[in-house]
Design a protein around this ligand. Structure first.
Ligand code: HMG
Ligand code: MG
Length: 290
């Protein structure tokens, strides 16, 4: 493993901030992305083009995309739940778009207001348009070990949805351990099923750190060949439709652990420290700084 290249995909501006109750000023979101642009990421997930009724925090998606200063070599990604979101993301010049499905019916209903099958039907024209436009399509599958509504997720169910997302044309599928209840054993069992459908170099681990196990889950995934991991600077975030899902694994912690294990992420630790401090200030209500 020594010297192996790993990619950390920064998802803090999207997955981190979407869960904040206080509406964060657009200028602060732009400043966070611009700071992150200097840290050495290949991909930063900037925002999501979703219904503002569902996620008010992301209502300024187009303004954020228009306001950032793009660094050559960095790909700026956006989450898109349907064709309407895709068209807005394309107009905002997103370099990559992500569709997101769930491995459980309960979570699909809570997050997308439809069944898994309906969500895949809805993604099909979006995937078609992205292919025609030459915009890379990423896929997320949520609740890969545990669902807050339906309980433990059978690995075969994750593998089935991964295969369906692959068939829609996703170049990579990010496996969302949405509520941070997964153990390394559960992650391994899930990955063994998923790897029968898609090789490790087309998978990413997206692990929330609610119970402090995300780093162990990343290590289990490294053992099975995964080399791409999503993280949020400062440990921001969660998911508004996953009760108790506070906290994506912190980018700076992942970078440090990967370096200790002999992997090369290409990230600048001092800029990450600066961005983490900035991110933490954003989540502290004004006047309550600690
Ligand atoms: P719906 O209410 O069933 O759909 O929501 P609708 O088509 O009836 O739309 C409702 C309203 O939203 C309409 O407006 C639409 O025009 C509008 P109205 O006519 O009432 O004024 N609308 C939109 N506006 C802007 N952009 C759009 C868009 N689409 C519709 N793209 C819908 C269905 C999918 C839209 C809704 O459920 C939704 O937006 N869900 C997104 C939820 C979300 O963002 N969740 C968090 C991200 S996923 C996540 O965090 C997990 C992940 O991190 C991985 C992991 O950790 O597991 C990725
Ligand atoms: Mg997430």
């Amino acid at each position: 493993a020594s010297g192996d290249r790993v990619e950390i995909v920064e998802v803090g501006p999207r997955d981190g901030l979407q869960n904040e109750a206080r509406l964060i000023p657009t200028a602060d979101k732009i400043a966070l992305v611009d700071l992150l642009s200097r840290a050495g990421f290949q991909r930063i997930e900037v925002t999501s083009f979703v219904s503002a009724k569902w996620v008010p925090q992301m209502a300024d998606a187009a303004e954020v995309m228009a306001g950032i200063t793009r660094t050559p070599g960095v790909h700026y990604a956006a989450l898109t739940p349907n064709l309407k979101g895709y068209q807005a993301a394309r107009a905002a010049r997103a370099d990559e778009v992500s569709i997101f499905a769930a491995a459980s019916e309960g979570f699909s209903r809570a997050n997308l207001n439809c069944s898994i099958a309906e969500s895949l039907d809805r993604f099909a024209p979006l995937a078609e348009a992205a292919r025609a436009d030459g915009i890379p399509l990423r896929g997320y599958v949520s609740v890969v070990t545990d669902c807050p509504f339906d309980g433990p997720t059978p690995p075969a169910q994750v593998a089935r949805v991964v295969a369906q997302m692959r068939d829609l044309g996703c170049h990579e599928i990010s496996l969302g351990e949405t509520i941070g209840h997964g153990t390394p054993d559960a992650i391994r069992a899930m990955l063994e099923a998923v790897l029968a459908e898609l090789p490790a170099d087309r998978l990413a681990g997206h692990y929330h750190d609610t119970r402090g196990r995300a780093l162990e889950n990343i290590e289990a995934s490294l053992d099975l060949g995964l080399r791409t991991f999503d993280a949020a600077v400062g440990g921001l975030g969660g998911c508004p439709y996953a009760p108790g899902a506070a906290g994506n694994v912190a980018t700076e912690s992942v970078a440090l652990r990967l370096a200790e294990l002999g992997f090369e992420s290409g990230l600048d630790a001092s800029i990450l420290t600066e961005a983490a401090a900035f991110a933490r200030r954003l989540r502290t209500p004004r006047g309550q700084d600690v």
